[in-house]
Design a protein around this ligand. Sequence first.
Ligand code: IMP
Length: 190
Amino acid sequence: MELVFATHNKNKLIEIKALLPHYIKLLSLDDIGCTEEIPETSDTIEGNAILKAEHVKNRYGYNCFADDTGLEVEALNGEPGVYSARYAGDDKDDTANVRKLLSQLENKENRNAQFKTAIALNLNENQNLFTGICKGEIIKEQRGDKGFGYDPVFKPNDFEYTFAEMNLSEKSKISHRGKAFRALIAYLSK
Ligand code: IMP
């Protein structure tokens, strides 16, 4: 069975390909000739995942899954949320995003935050949504040089170190993305 993962990100594709059951042939957006920027106009993480999966299914006719992730910070009423990639501007600059986040949280006592990944799957006539959440806190200074995005300032609950101080396999065991993808894989493996 062919299944499209609505991403241009080669690393994400390789990672998930290794985990899927063998009867699934995973295709990227490039493989199906989709070079356009798929609109992500929803104001929720779940909504954006659904928009992307529907777009591929409706316009290209493929079974498809799409993911969307955001960081939700309690003291900022859930921001940056759907705007996580572009928090400090359209150039999606991780360093500037982290700097802005730390400055928004200056003098705030509540540092609780969570990452959320939503995966929408359009398979034949059915649609399913899988969600993974990782709760933690935003620390005051950056620590670690692994990972990407907000990893250097995100310390998951029950851990003494940040995502950026963990290797990928350690992070995946507890991360939002790991949880959501394991739920998708369990469903597809049934
Ligand atoms: P995407 O939906 O996976 O492209 O994620 C959107 C944005 O959320 C990224 O550009 C990052 O800023 C942030 N983000 C997503 N996942 C992570 C993560 O695991 N660690 C840190 N930041 C992340």
